[in-house]
Ligand binder design. Structure first.
Ligand code: FES
Ligand SMILES: [Fe+2]
Length: 452
């Protein structure tokens, strides 16, 4: 088998690490445009890491499938007859044709539209037209099953997969901060993902979209028009002087408004019934006491946005998930998943869908503002001279204190800052510079402690 992992890489370790300087916040803009960097990202970040596939509620029955991507590798996430969830590469072992063309559905098996090879739900090749007459019986079906993800696992019903057998278990990869991020989505109880994933393409590099989820600096300015419609009241959400940034191993992070610790201490005294009462006077529903088990004592103070590195954004209070799927250095496909508590009735679900549709996604007020800015930032990175001008990620640098969390993460109570972005790009250089998981485990930075 050809080694598909060989990348010509003109980029050496030291050059990659110099693309972002955490001590000054200087970021080299070639990271948004360089084709060789993009190829390395596919190999060393997406194929190596754990990628979000779907939620268990999207594939409850045998034969249910959902199409997703690991980088540019298209995969079929499918529940087989034994209840097992398989992640199969959607490429026929004969001439590479895509087997499954629908975005989701239910199948008994997957038949290739080119010459009719037939694959079982676990990826085994079970039918080959002409096996006796044309192959003269001289063909071993057992050697030509679909390729599979090396590891598949779930946490709180959210399925992830990696193509790298050396990747640590999902639980360890997520760490306390990644688990707190997913915990935010399930903080009120079990959830489901509603049918109808909103998908659109923005002409931007995927990293500028990820950078943005930690960016609370742009909110009042960039989204002033959305605010003026009255559909959202950003002042009630933003709290610029009460921000909490939580940094986790391997680049996970949570950034945005945070409940100050003394206030959280008071909230912790309330029963769940009392929390429901208080919530009636607040823009958000207070989380139940059990949320602390999922999010930790610090995580539960966050009213911000988690990112599971590299590209899974959990929006404010976990009502939407967004995957930022890379489509070359200059384009990103955004997939919006709408999440609701399992017990919501149809009317409540409709209300969630309405809010979700109006906030983010192709029709969302906020994403239309953001998309234009990301697109122009990316476009300018193609200019020979423009891209020689570094990005500036200096806000708050040297002015805050990172406090160690019991699970290994670090928490920073601050005002609006760029700590989250600096952690993102620092982790990104380390993933990209490492040649395999052994290298990455040995040479990635732990979340910073002390002055940041
Ligand atoms: S390409 Fe799939 S059967 Fe030939
Ligand atoms: Fe925004």
């Amino acid at each position: 088998m050809a080694d598909g992992n060989q990348v010509h890489a003109a980029w050496e370790r030291e050059e990659i690490l110099s693309l972002f300087d955490p001590s000054s916040g200087r970021l080299d803009r070639r990271i948004y445009d360089d084709e060789a960097i993009y190829r390395l990202e596919l190999e060393r970040i997406f194929a190596r890491g754990w990628n979000f596939m779907c939620h268990e509620s999207q594939i409850p029955n045998a034969g249910d499938y959902f199409i997703n991507y690991i980088g540019e590798d298209q995969v079929i996430v499918v529940r087989d007859g034994e209840g097992q969830v398989n992640v199969l590469l959607n490429t026929c072992r004969h001439r590479g044709n895509a087997l499954c063309r629908a975005e989701q559905g239910n199948a008994k098996s997957f038949v290739c539209s080119y010459h009719g090879w037939n694959y079982a739900l676990n990826g085994d090749l079970i039918g080959v037209p002409g096996l006796k007459n044309y192959y003269r019986g001289d063909f071993d079906k057992s050697q030509h099953g679909l390729a599979k993800a090396a590891q598949v696992d779930s946490y709180l019903g959210f399925y992830f997969a990696t193509l790298d057998p050396q990747a640590p278990p999902l639980h360890d990869f997520l760490g306390d901060v990644g688990r707190a991020g997913l915990g935010m989505a399930a903080a009120y109880g079990d959830v489901i993902v509603l049918d109808g994933i909103q998908k659109n393409v923005i002409d931007c590099n995927w990293k500028i979209a990820v950078d943005n989820l930690f960016d609370w600096y742009h909110v009042m300015y960039s989204h002033a028009s959305a605010n003026s419609t009255g559909f959202v009241d950003l002042a009630q959400i933003l709290h610029p002087d009460s921000q909490l940034v939580i940094l986790g191993e391997y680049g996970h992070g949570i950034g945005g408004p945070g409940i100050p610790k003394p206030m959280q201490d008071q909230l912790d005294q309330l029963s769940d019934a009392q929390r429901e009462e208080v919530s009636k006077t607040m823009p958000f529903r207070l989380r139940p006491a059990s949320a602390k088990d999922l999010m930790g004592a610090t995580g539960v103070r966050s009213m911000g946005h988690p990112n599971i590195f590299p590209n899974l954004w959990i929006t404010l209070n976990g009502t939407q998930l967004c995957l930022r799927l890379p489509r070359g250095p200059g384009a990103t496909e955004l997939w919006w998943f709408t999440v609701t508590p399992k017990e919501f009735n149809p009317e409540q679900r409709r209300a969630v869908v309405r809010t979700a549709t109006h906030l983010f996604g192709p029709a969302g007020l906020l994403e239309q503002d953001d998309g234009e800015n990301w697109s122009q930032s990316t476009r300018a990175s193609r200019g020979v001279f423009s891209r020689s001008l570094d990005h500036t990620l200096q806000m708050g640098l040297g002015h805050d204190e990172a406090v160690a969390e019991p699970g290994g993460g670090a928490a920073i109570d601050t005002c609006i800052s760029e700590h989250g972005q600096r952690w993102l790009y620092r982790s990104w250089t380390e993933w990209l510079a490492a040649k395999d998981w052994t290298d990455l485990k040995a040479n990635h930075s732990a979340p910073p402690k002390g002055k940041v």
